[in-house]
Design a protein around this ligand. Structure first.
Ligand SMILES: CC(C)(COP(=O)(O)OP(=O)(O)OC[C@H]1O[C@@H](n2cnc3c(N)ncnc32)[C@H](O)[C@@H]1O)[C@@H](O)C(=O)NCCC(=O)NCCS
Ligand SMILES: Nc1ncnc2c1ncn2[C@@H]1O[C@H](COP(=O)(O)OP(=O)(O)OP(=O)(O)O)[C@@H](O)[C@H]1O
Length: 211
């Protein structure tokens, strides 16, 4: 019998809303996290190099996909971004599956899947619940525009490819406002984990094995 999969908590939110920070909070609380953006970056030095080089000639430098060169080709060009996503998303899913198998083998009760485009790519079917991180629009804008190399145009192009924040919040099982500070976020996530563990314990008692 294969080991029971952990409870899969999907973590999502629009650009600058606090996904990475919240993912780190979960890691600090001892929960394994799979980061889809990091998986994309990793596969650009591995299995993604050949297919991306074939589709986007000139973006591979020193046997790695150069993300700045690739970003300049795809942000703002919908057709090009779609071609890139068709290559990258299946490779990310394969890494995600390997991560979950490993977490199951380790007996982890909960695992977090940090998926920026969770709703946009229909990934809600692969998780047991979704946590959406959010912040007021002005806070989001200030955070994103403070990043080196960010322009209004790139910000707008990225936002245009993401589901509006209000719609994400409407669909979410859980919502975290990251504009309230780090300590409140840590406390809220510790409490959420406690809730999820209790729920999982109750399921196990009812013999709800692999649900
Ligand atoms: C274009 C790339 C090379 C730019 O890399 P770079 O390091 O400059 O930016 P980074 O990956 O950190 O992304 C910046 C922001 O844009 C968002 N974003 C990235 N790709 C997309 C996309 N296809 N649609 C909407 N938002 C996106 C990210 O979630 C993040 O919020 C890279 O984003 C990429 O390969 N994107 C396509 C793969 C993809 O869909 N990734 C999203 C998660 S699986
Ligand atoms: N709970 C919080 N309290 C205070 N500041 C926060 C909190 N969460 C995030 N921030 C701040 O907001 C900024 C953006 O957060 P983060 O990098 O986690 O966003 P993100 O959603 O991962 O962004 P991207 O989609 O671009 O990867 C960071 O400067 C971070 O310090």
């Amino acid at each position: 019998m294969s080991p029971r999969l952990p409870f899969r908590l999907g973590l999502t939110g629009s650009i600058g809303m606090g996904k990475s920070t919240t993912a780190q909070i979960f890691r600090d609380l001892g929960v394994p996290v799979h980061d889809a953006d990091a998986a994309v970056h990793a596969l650009y030095g591995a299995e993604g190099v050949a297919p991306v080089a074939a589709a986007f000639p000139g973006v591979v430098v020193d046997r790695r996909v150069d993300r700045a060169l690739l970003g300049a080709r795809v942000f703002g060009d919908d057709a090009a971004m779609k071609r890139l996503e068709a290559i990258v998303h299946p490779l990310v899913r394969a890494r995600e599956k390997a991560f979950l198998d490993q977490a199951a083998a380790a007996g982890e009760p909960i695992a977090v899947l940090d998926i920026p485009l969770l709703y946009e790519t229909g990934a809600q079917g692969r998780v047991d619940a979704v946590l959406v991180v959010t912040a007021p629009e002005a806070v989001q804008r200030a955070r994103v525009m403070a990043r080196p190399g960010m322009s209004e145009k790139t910000f707008a192009a990225i936002l245009g490819r993401q589901m509006p924040d209000a719609e994400k919040r409407r669909r979410a099982d859980f919502v975290l406002d990251t504009s309230l500070g780090l300590d409140p976020a840590r406390a809220a996530m510790a409490e959420l984990l406690q809730q999820l563990r209790a729920r999982r314990g109750a399921d196990a008692e009812q013999g709800d094995g692999d649900a």
